[in-house]
Write a protein that binds this ligand. Structure first.
Ligand code: NAD
Ligand code: TYD
Length: 379
């Protein structure tokens, strides 16, 4: 195997920490450099088990700092960049869009420009190099909920059975779907995707872009639906379901996303886009009921005891109705498959949060709870 030096940006965040762990474990001959600014969402406790490993280095830096990015790439002879650092929460983007444009758009541009300057200075130029940009299905906009009752009952959706059926609508997001972002978050991600492709088309930089559906699993910051609600159920706090809970999201276990990233980084075709998702559509309200049941059962409480915590609150502005991703291209061309059924993934995820209360208490202390109380004060 080639020796490679790669930068993983946002490695202290939710998905990034799983990607760092996978690469550090699987590629002892690589040098894995985690570049993270450690915003509220970045937490080195997510990577305690890889700290001190000889093929791992952490650099606290801002991706918007072009000089710092360029000197790091030059000093470390970086061959590959896997770019996950971003502001990632839609509700925050509605309240404060500027930081989303700064980090997601200008931060990505700063990394691209630094990589261009460094790689073009080498005798081999772009040979053996790769800039891998991690994006989201939210750039495609929203799909309609044409079958609100569902084409199949949710629990029969087989993420790993090869059955690629639609659950609540007539179509998926494909790699060819026109971009139509609605939230400041998705608009900033869409813009960064365009910059990445522009660097390929204009300068010949070897790039690859992936658009993934909603992830769930350990180490997700509890502002997102699944960890937030698990923690609230545990503490018997209200569960604020936006609107009527009819919005549909397509859920993928985070380690399956990390495995897809590994495969695409090594085997994906230059300048291609791959959609990543598990054909696993769920209505929010159904997920919430599964979470209540699972948490109550795992805590030894009577099942369904906490259903009355469900509280319907004012809808999110511009709330996208349905996401559903077609990942046939990735499955067919590179042989990737999600490994976990949703039932198994949720069981594992709930257990992890309940067993890691210290992690949860740490990330929900101080500033975060002030933010949370303010978010929900009018609801
Ligand atoms: P996250 O919010 O958990 O983590 C983001 C990380 O980026 C944090 O560690 C943070 O400290 C770091 N960061 C933020 N600004 C930075 C800056 N200026 N410089 C350096 N580091 C900075 O996010 P996540 O959920 O792990 O998402 C990671 C990536 O995957 C994002 O690009 C996101 O758009 C994309 N994505 C997420 C999902 C999902 O369901 N979470 C789905 C598809 C795609
Ligand atoms: P989220 O986890 O924020 O991911 P995204 O907005 O990127 O899909 O939200 C998932 C779904 O859950 C989304 O439809 C919004 C909804 N939601 C709630 O109903 N209540 C909440 O408190 C949160 C955070 C989300």
């Amino acid at each position: 195997m080639d020796k490679k030096t790669i930068i993983i940006t946002g490695g202290a965040g939710f998905i990034g920490s799983h990607v760092v762990r996978l690469f550090v474990d699987k590629y002892p001959d690589y040098k894995v450099i985690n570049v993270d600014k450690l915003t509220y969402a970045g937490n080195l406790a997510n990577l305690k088990d890889v700290e001190g490993r000889p093929n791992y280095r952490f650099v606290k830096a801002d991706i918007c700092d072009f000089e710092a990015m360029h000197s790091l790439m030059e000093a470390e002879h970086v061959d590959g960049i896997i770019h996950l650092a971003a502001e990632s929460h839609v509700d925050r983007s509605i309240r404060d869009p500027f930081i989303f444009a700064k980090t997601n758009v200008l931060g990505t541009l700063s990394l691209l420009q630094a990589a261009k300057l460094y790689w073009e200075s080498l005798p081999e130029k772009y040979e053996g190099k790769r800039f891998y940009h991690i994006s989201t299905d939210e750039v495609y906009g929203a799909l309609e909920l044409t079958h609100p009752e569902g084409i199949e009952p949710p629990f029969t959706t087989k993420a790993s059975s090869g059955e690629h059926h639609l659950a609540y609508g007539d179509t998926f997001f494909y790699e060819t779907t026109k971009y139509s972002p609605h939230s400041p978050y998705s608009a900033s991600k869409a813009s960064s995707d365009h910059f990445v492709r522009a660097f390929h088309d204009t300068y010949g930089m070897p790039v690859v872009v992936t658009n993934c559906s909603n992830n769930y699993g350990p180490y997700q910051f509890p502002e997102k639906l699944i960890p937030l609600f698990i923690n609230n159920i545990r503490h018997r706090r209200p569960l604020p379901v936006y609107g009527k809970g009819q919005n549909v999201r397509d859920w993928l276990y985070v380690e399956d996303h990390a495995r897809a990233i590994d495969l695409i980084f090594h085997k994906g075709k230059d300048a291609e886009t791959y959609n990543i998702g598990g054909f696993n559509e769920w209505k929010n309200i159904d997920i919430v009921r599964v979470l209540v049941r699972t948490v109550d059962r795992q805590l030894g409480r009577p099942e369904d005891e906490d259903m009355d915590l469900i509280t319907f609150v004012k809808d999110r502005s511009g709330h996208d109705m349905r996401y559903a991703i077609d990942s046939t291209k990735l499955q067919r061309e590179l042989g990737w498959e999600p490994s976990l059924q949703f039932e198994e993934g949720i069981e594992k995820t709930v257990r992890w949060y309940l067993e890691n209360q210290e992690w949860m208490d740490h990330v929900t202390s101080g500033e975060y709870m002030k933010y949370y109380d303010e978010m929900y004060k009018d609801r």
